[in-house]
Design a protein around this ligand. Sequence first.
Ligand SMILES: Nc1ncnc2c1ncn2[C@@H]1O[C@H](COP(=O)(O)OP(=O)(O)OP(=O)(O)O)[C@@H](O)[C@H]1O
Length: 211
Amino acid sequence: MSARDLSCERDGRVLFAGLDFQLPAGTALQVEGANGAGKSTLIRTLIGSASDYHGDISWRGKVFPGALAAMRSELLYIGHHAGVRRGLSPLENLAWYGAAAEDAMAALDAVGLYGFEDTLCQQLSAGQNRRVALARLYLPAAPQLWILDEPLAALDVVGVESLESCMHGHLQRGGSVLLTSHQPVRIQPLVKVNLADFQPQESHLEAEYGV
Ligand SMILES: Nc1ncnc2c1ncn2[C@@H]1O[C@H](COP(=O)(O)OP(=O)(O)OP(=O)(O)O)[C@@H](O)[C@H]1O
């Protein structure tokens, strides 16, 4: 995935402008920025949930929106909110994503939820629900591109280490990871992009948004 001269505005405020990045296979990119900087907005834009942006986003050399369907066919996205159905058990949640029972059990075991597979998610803690969501990363044949919005949030120290190891393995298999995090992420190779470094200049603002 790559972006060229990307800018995005919300509620009359330009969140970032002139953003360029490349995310080759086998690498990770961490999007940094203060609360409200626009990290989740950028992620929603990259997964195609928001089309009100300027600039180019490309997948495998082809530009959005034409390349959107191809990108989505290789995407595993886990958002800021866990996306876990709280009226289902962890096992049922993974089954909803098409996982075979055996694979789902192994994935839940990997995220430390052995013994909780049949408990309703509404009875699990915030961190355990986060682990249910992240269990998708441990399923076989995980897609090429992982886009993860604050995946480390609510995880304890062991959970963070396990997820870092999982992401590192994905990179070694030639996958790509784009994530946001307010804390350091110990995976390599990792490139960082801070949205504070992509603030609009006056002339750009005027040309793009007429303000
Ligand atoms: N649909 C929308 N309409 C109006 N404003 C929006 C919309 N979506 C986001 N914003 C605003 O854009 C700004 C960036 O929000 P965003 O969620 O992208 O920040 P963030 O960097 O992910 O923050 P955090 O670290 O707190 O999660 C915020 O001020 C938010 O209120």
